[in-house]
Ligand binder design. Structure first.
Ligand SMILES: NC(=O)c1ccc[n+]([C@@H]2O[C@H](COP(=O)([O-])OP(=O)(O)OC[C@H]3O[C@@H](n4cnc5c(N)ncnc54)[C@H](O)[C@@H]3O)[C@@H](O)[C@H]2O)c1
Ligand SMILES: CC(C)[C@H](C(=O)O)[C@@H](O)C(=O)O
Ligand SMILES: [Mg+2]
Length: 368
């Protein structure tokens, strides 16, 4: 079996390149121990690509992704590019088109609060005591992000009208439902579907479809929450969730909330997957759920754990390297258990020490 893989590496902007450097060092260390060979095809994306070649997603970058086994992505965007026409900005000009181009409809975001990190959570200690583990399954290529029409018009009376359209086909809801139920079968067998069925036609179909698909998974229980209540329950009782499945925009918002309750957005990895390829593996884009963090970019203090854990998800889902993926996850847990903390997760708890981005990367490698 071939143990040589090509990864498209797209660091992007802000803290993207800083945290990507640590993830690549960790992958190199894993490769050296396991006799695996990674070839990194570094490509421009986002603001970095706009500055270098005038567009957020150069054709060469897409071609490199197509020719790779998986995409390891940093983050894109920032104040420097916010004045560009919307479709030329890094987010709408690069990240969303990449997700759409590769049909990456299933976004898995594992919200894990490590027991040793409960003091970093901003919520009441007894609510996170012992940690928690929620998997957010976010639909990623539908809903308001991509629905047409989308417009901004100046009306005859001078007023301005804007339109965003929320569109889902039943087939799109069915396929993400299967992802959620299958994931739950491997976990604690509980799915919470989040919608706004008391207001949105979209959500009525979402709820009906979840109920229908649930019949194929009699071993999994299904509960429904309206999104406003879900936002509240995540804070009140994070341990009551196992798999949370929801549409694109709700998933974007709730996953940031889930990450913060678990300690920090800088800990939340993600896997954006398409259809299974037939060998049980997926083509995918793997990236931290958070952004370019302009407030700390360039300071060398960003938390690289979300990027490192995203590379573990890449090994698991795109390459089938479960043992190597698990070794990275255990190493990260050990680093947390040993008390090393970047600023975002440093609470001053006894036995903990504030370190920088590179020190976390080095500690993960040492713990492999
Ligand atoms: N996937 C992506 O590429 C992606 C995701 C989200 C936001 N963005 C973009 O990033 C830019 C900044 O957005 P924002 O400020 O709203 O969100 P953000 O996620 O960049 O930052 C929010 C807060 O979380 C902190 N944070 C995020 N990641 C961190 C890490 N690894 N370590 C420590 N702290 C971390 C930041 O310092 C900031 O205080 C925007 O242009 C936005 O569109 C990109
Ligand atoms: C940058 C932005 C377009 C993106 C999203 O909204 O999907 C980000 O917030 C995320 O969560 O991956
Ligand atoms: Mg987001």
């Amino acid at each position: 079996m071939s143990r040589k893989y090509t990864l498209a590496v797209l660091p992007g902007d802000g803290i993207g390149p800083e945290v990507m450097a640590e993830a690549l060092k960790v992958l190199d260390a894993v490769a050296a121990r396991s006799g695996i060979e990674f070839t990194y095809n570094h490509q421009l994306v986002g603001g970095a690509a706009i500055d270098a070649v005038g567009k957020a997603l150069p054709a060469e970058t897409v071609a490199a992704c197509e020719a790779s086994d998986a995409i390891l992505f940093g983050s894109v965007g920032g104040p420097k590019w916010e004045k560009l026409p919307p479709n030329e900005q890094p987010e709408r000009g690069a990240l969303l088109p990449l997700r759409k181009h590769f049909g990456l409809f299933a976004n898995l975001r594992p919200g894990i609060c490590y027991p040793a990190l409960t003091s970093s959570s901003p919520i009441r200690p007894d609510l996170v005591e012992g940690g928690f583990d929620v998997l957010c399954v976010r639909e990623l290529t539908g809903g308001m992000y991509f629905g047409q029409p989308k417009s901004r018009t100046t009306l005859p009376d001078g007023d301005i009208e804007v339109i965003d359209t929320m569109v889902y086909k039943k087939s799109e809801i069915v396929r993400i439902a299967h992802v959620a139920f299958k994931a739950a079968q491997l976990r604690r067998k509980h799915v919470t579907s989040v919608d706004k069925a008391n207001v949105l036609t979209n959500s009525v179909l979402w709820r009906e479809t979840m109920v229908e698909v649930a019949k194929e998974y009699p071993d999994v229980t299904l509960a429904h929450l309206y999104v406003d209540n879900a936002a509240m329950q995540l804070i009140k009782a994070p341990r009551s969730f196992d798999v949370l499945v929801t549409e694109n925009l709700f998933g974007d918002i709730l996953s940031d909330e889930m990450a913060m309750i678990a300690g920090s957005l800088g800990m939340l990895a993600s896997a954006s997957l398409g259809k299974p390829k037939g060998d049980g593996l997926y083509f995918g884009l793997f990236e931290p759920s958070g952004g370019t963090a302009p407030d700390i970019a360039g300071m060398g203090i960003a938390n690289p754990i979300a990027q490192i854990l995203s590379s573990a998800l890449l090994l698991r889902f795109a390459l089938g390297l479960e043992k190597e993926a698990a070794s990275i996850e255990s190493a990260v847990k050990k680093v947390i258990d040993d008390g090393l903390r970047t600023g975002d997760i440093f609470s001053g708890a006894p036995g903990t020490r504030k370190v920088n981005t590179k020190e976390i990367g080095e500690a993960v490698i040492a713990a492999l």
